[in-house]
Design a protein around this ligand. Structure first.
Ligand code: NAP
Length: 302
């Protein structure tokens, strides 16, 4: 299947292009970007022109930040293209509801991807927890924004989600592996004095679940989820890639990397004429931004 990549920025270059090039299912047939391009691939600077000139490219993968993404997704769906969305799938829940309804009415696939759900040990963690009762869980997601998002001011603009841009990855894993859903009950959000989105968040959910997200961690980075149950303890470390049960690392891992697995899933969805749009991670973020207690902290500059 032919796919076009829209927004040739950090994640397109780091992950999407290599995953597509290595896949037997996909051909990278076009790019749409104001400045980026991929050598040897038909390049467009304007999305409307691409849609008119390349009707043979039936799948569009949007790698833009969430703020400009909706009009691209809407135009692609209206033009009868199947659409794959980077996480988070939109700036607001209502935007994604509209896209899901539009995809259904046009009869094309919409896939709201969550790349962290494809990390090597997530499926094994879900299987291990499936017959247990969770008594407590804690997420520690602490990383260095200057390292992972150098100069990307959009993360601190409205709709950019701040520390929830990585934090939603943890929430995508949590909502995938927990055997019963939880809901947010309280949040403390730290906003830099000169920015619109939080740089740190501490969350409390029902069911003894808590989370600590921080974008100011230099040195070793931490992406851990620790879960206590009525029948043993589990930890997912390294962003869902390492599974520990009762303190011992298990060898259970899926074979595919995150982005190859996303494109394999998109191929299945398109062939089956299905959509997959699970907004549960984003509901927790919206709820945190609704219930959160605002704390002003030091100004942030890249
Ligand atoms: P990015 O490099 O800052 O932006 C991606 C591309 O989007 C840019 O190169 C730009 O392409 C285009 N773009 C930016 N603002 C635009 C605007 N206002 N209008 C039209 N096009 C615009 O962002 P990224 O890090 O790749 O992140 C993109 C998405 O991937 C986000 O939702 C993010 O959460 C997700 N993601 C990122 C990472 C990561 O490590 N960075 C990891 C996983 C997922 P042109 O200027 O060339 O048009």
């Amino acid at each position: 299947m032919k796919v076009a990549l829209v927004g040739i920025g950090k994640i397109a270059v780091d992950q999407h292009v290599p995953a597509i090039v290595a896949s037997p299912d996909w051909e990278l047939a076009a790019t749409v970007s104001r400045s980026g391009r991929v050598e040897g691939v038909d390049a467009f600077g304007d999305f409307a022109t691409f849609l008119v000139q390349r009707p043979d490219v039936t799948v569009v993968s949007l790698c833009l930040p969430p703020q400009p993404r909706f009009p691209y997704a809407e135009a692609a769906l209206r033009a009868g293209r199947h659409v794959m969305l980077e996480k988070p799938p939109g700036q607001t829940l209502a935007e994604v509801h509209a896209l899901r309804d539009l995809a259904a009415s046009v009869g094309v696939t919409l896939y709201a991807t969550w790349h962290s759900r494809m990390a090597h040990a997530v499926a094994a963690a879900k299987a291990w927890l499936s017959d247990k009762t969770v008594t407590r869980a804690h997420i520690t997601w602490r990383e260095d924004v200057r390292h992972w998002h150098p100069g990307q001011d959009w993360v601190f603009e409205p709709g950019g989600m701040g520390v929830f841009d990585p934090g939603i990855n943890a929430l995508s894993i949590l909502t995938e592996i927990l055997p019963a859903p939880v809901h947010l009950t309280a949040a403390d959000l730290e906003f830099p004095a000169n920015r619109q989105t939080p740089i740190a968040a501490r969350l409390t959910f029902s069911g003894g679940v808590t989370a600590d997200f921080d974008w100011r961690q230099t040195g070793p980075q931490t992406w851990d989820i620790e879960v206590q149950t009525d029948n043993g303890n589990l930890a997912l470390r390294m962003g869902g890639n390492v599974l520990e049960v009762d303190g011992k690392t298990t060898g259970e891992r899926s074979v595919m990397g995150e982005y190859p697995a996303l494109y394999a899933r998109m191929a299945e969805l398109v062939k089956g004429r299905q959509s997959e749009v699970d907004l549960s991670p984003m509901v927790h973020v919206s709820d945190a931004l609704t219930l959160g207690r605002r704390i002003t902290t030091d100004a942030f500059h890249f």
